[in-house]
Design a binder for this molecule. Structure first.
Ligand code: FAD
Length: 506
C-alpha cells in the first residue's frame, strides 16, 4: 500500500501543515528556552549552536514516535548528528498497561540490562554500544548498582537523568501526545514497542498488510544446537517423510513420568493484570504445562507424540518424544515444538533440562506467552531499519522483533543515525554482520519470515569463525575480539566513536 493512502485523505497541503507543525514545535522550544540553543554563550559546548543553525537553515526534522528505550536513543542520536527531532511520547496523556511513570526510556520490569562480561552476548552488545556512543548505555553505566556481573541501574535516577538529557537537547522537541496514524510526510521512526497503542498499530497493519503485524507472542524456548547431547537425540522426520528435519529427544516411561510430574508442579510466572484479560487470545494455543495438567497421557497425544519416530538405538518408537525444529538457516538454533509456556524462567530451565539430550542445553530464548506487537521484519525491513516499500519510514526496538532492553538500544542507535543521514542526504549505514548489533539487525531483516519470532542477542546469530574453534570459551573470546575490532573500524570509518565523549560529557 502506498504511504499517502494510509491515514486521512492525503493532500499536499496536509503534508506541508504537518512539516510546519514539527518546525513550530522546535521554534517553540527555541522561544521558550533560548538558553538551550546558546549554551556556548553560557559556558556550554559549542556544538549546541548547531540547534539554531539547523532550525534556521530549515533542515528537515525527523519524527520519532515512542519515547521508550529505543525511541530515546534514536531521538538523541539523530539530534546529536545535527538533525532536529520531534519526539512524540503518549505517556502521561495515554498510559500503557505496563509502564508506571511518564519518564523516557522507562525499564518496564527488571532493572537489569543483563550480563556485563563481553564474552556473553548481552555484554558484548553493551560494549559495542558504548564504543558507538550510545546515550542510554552511558546513562545506565552512570547509575549502575551492584548486581553480580550484570548492568543493573537505580531505575528512578537513571530514567530521570535520561529524560532530562533527551528533553533538554537543543534539537529535540518533546511532545506528550499519542500518535494515532502514520504521519503523511517526512522521515519517521517507529519506536512504539511491544504495547504500541491500538490506533497506531491498526495504521501499521494497514501499511504492512494484515499478516505482517503480530499482537501476541506465544513462543517456545530456543536452544543452541551444539549444546544438545547427540548421543541421546536423533535426527528424523515423522515416518521418515522428507528429509530428517527434526532433532528428536526420546523418553522411556520412567523419564516421561518424572518430566510430567515436574512440569505440572512447576511454578508459573505471575501475570500482570492486563495479561489476565488477554488469556482468551491464547485459547487455541495452550501452554505446555496446561496441557500436562489435563492428564498423564495428554502430552503423548500432543506435542510429545512418539508415533512414526523410530529411535535408531532401539529400533522402536519411544514412549514419548520431544521434537526440536530448526530455527535459523545455519541450523545453530533449535525450537522446542509446542512448548509455549508461562512457567518462570528458572523453572523452564530446570524442567526442560530433564528432557533426554537437553541436560546441558544453552537456552538463547525462553518460552513466553504475552502481548507483544511486532512486525514481520524479515519481510518488511532492510538492514538499515528502513521499510523496503517506504524508505523514509524506519522502525526500531521491540516492535522490530528484537527482545530486551539492550537490543532496543541497538535498534534505536541505528535508526537514529540512519534517519539523520537521510535528512542530510547521506547514505544510510549497515552494521558489520560480525558485531552483535549487526547480527541482531541481520536476524530481523533477513530471518525466515514464515517462522519469525522475537530474538534476544545471542552468539548463534554471529557468522561462524573458520576454522571452527571447538572450545566454547575460546570461541566466545574470538567472537568478542572480532566484533569489537569490527565496531572500532566501523566507528572510525564513519566518524561515530567521538560521540561517546559527548554522550558522557553532556
Ligand atoms: C510487561 C513487560 C515486561 C518486560 N520486562 C522486560 C525485562 O524485564 N527485561 C527486558 O529486557 N525486557 C523486558 N520487556 C521487553 C521490553 O518491553 C523491551 O525490552 C523494551 O522496553 C523495548 O523497548 P522499546 O523502546 O522498543 O519499547 P518501550 O520501552 O515499550 O517504548 C515504547 C514507547 O512508545 C510509547 N508509545 C506506544 N504507542 C504510542 C503511540 N501511538 N504514540 C506515542 N507513543 C507511543 C509507549 O508509551 C512507550 O513509552 C518487557 C515487556 C513487557 C510488556
Amino acid at each position: 500500500m502506498d504511504r499517502p493512502a494510509i491515514a486521512a485523505p492525503s493532500t499536499r497541503k496536509a503534508a506541508q501543515h504537518a512539516v510546519l507543525m514539527d518546525r513550530l514545535s522546535l521554534l517553540k522550544v527555541f522561544v521558550n528556552n533560548p538558553k538551550k540553543f546558546f549554551p556556548a554563550a553560557m559556558g556550554g559546548g559549542e556544538w549546541h549552536t548547531g540547534g539554531v543553525v539547523a532550525v534556521l537553515a530549515v533542515v528537515e526534522a525527523v519524527r520519532v514516535i515512542g519515547g521508550g528505550i529505543a525511541g530515546a536513543e534514536a531521538a538523541w542520536q539523530c539530534a546529536h548528528a545535527g538533525v532536529p527531532v520531534v519526539l512524540s511520547e503518549m505517556r502521561p496523556v495515554r498510559n500503557s498497561p505496563a509502564h508506571h511513570t511518564d519518564h523516557l526510556g522507562e525499564l518496564v520490569c527488571s532493572n537489569s540490562f543483563g550480563a556485563m562480561a563481553t564474552d556473553r552476548a548481552p555484554g558484548l552488545l553493551k560494549e559495542e554500544l558504548r564504543r558507538l556512543g550510545s546515550l542510554v548505555i552511558a546513562v545506565a553505566d552512570t547509575h549502575a548498582v551492584p548486581a553480580g556481573g550484570a548492568l543493573a541501574v537505580d531505575r528512578a535516577v537513571y530514567t530521570r537523568d535520561l529524560t532530562e538529557r533527551v528533553a533538554n537537547h537543543p534539537l529535540i522537541a518533546l511532545r506528550r501526545e499519542e500518535v494515532t496514524a502514520i504521519p503523511e510526510a517526512g522521515i519517521v521512526i517507529f519506536a512504539t514497542g511491544p504495547l504500541t497503542s491500538e490506533p497506531l498499530a491498526g495504521s501499521l497493519q494497514a501499511l504492512t498488510g494484515l499478516e505482517y503485524l503480530s499482537f501476541f507472542d506465544a513462543a517456545s524456548p530456543i536452544v543452541e544446537g551444539e549444546s544438545l547431547d547427540t548421543d541421546k537425540v536423533f535426527l528424523a522426520s515423522r515416518y521418515d517423510r522428507g528429509e530428517a528435519a527434526y532433532y528428536n529427544c526420546p523418553m522411556d516411561e520412567a523419564q516421561y513420568r518424572a518430566f510430567w510430574e515436574a512440569l505440572v508442579a512447576a511454578e508459573q510466572a505471575e501475570l500482570k493484570e492486563f495479561e489476565h484479560e488477554e488469556r482468551k487470545y491464547f485459547e487455541a494455543c495452550l501452554p505446555v504445562e496446561e496441557l500436562a495438567r489435563r492428564g498423564f497421557e495428554t502430552l503423548r497425544y500432543g506435542p510429545l507424540k512418539p508415533v512414526g519416530l523410530t529411535d535408531p538405538r532401539t529400533g522402536r518408537w519411544p514412549f514419548a518424544c520431544v521434537q526440536l525444529r530448526q530455527e535459523d538457516k545455519a541450523g545453530r538454533l533449535w525450537n522446542l515444538v509446542g512448548f509455549q509456556t508461562n512457567l518462570k524462567w528458572g523453572e523452564q530451565k530446570r524442567v526442560f533440562q530433564m528432557i533426554p539430550g537437553l541436560e546441558s542445553a544453552e537456552f538463547v530464548r525462553l518460552g513466553v506467552m504475552h502481548r507483544n506487537t511486532f512486525l514481520c521484519s524479515p519481510h518488511l525491513l532492510a538492514p538499515t531499519l528502513q521499510f523496503h516499500a517506504h524508505p523514509r519510514l524506519f522502525a526500531c526496538g521491540q516492535i522490530t522483533g528484537t527482545e530486551g532492553y539492550t537490543a532496543a538500544v541497538a535498534g534505536g542507535w541505528l535508526a537514529g543515525i540512519n534517519a539523520a543521514r537521510m535528512a542530510q542526504g547521506r547514505e544510510p549505514l549497515v552494521l558489520p554482520p560480525e558485531t552483535m548489533a549487526g547480527a541482531l539487525v541481520g536476524y530481523v531483516s533477513h530471518g525466515d519470515p514464515k517462522t519469525f519470532q522475537p530474538m534476544p542477542p545471542n552468539f548463534a546469530l554471529l557468522p561462524e569463525i573458520t576454522p571452527r574453534i571447538r572450545h566454547k570459551q575460546q570461541r566466545y573470546w574470538a567472537y568478542r575480539d572480532r566484533a569489537l575490532a569490527a565496531i572500532d573500524t566501523f566507528g572510525r570509518t564513519h566518524g561515530l566513536g567521538a560521540a561517546l565523549a559527548l554522550a558522557r560529557a553532556n
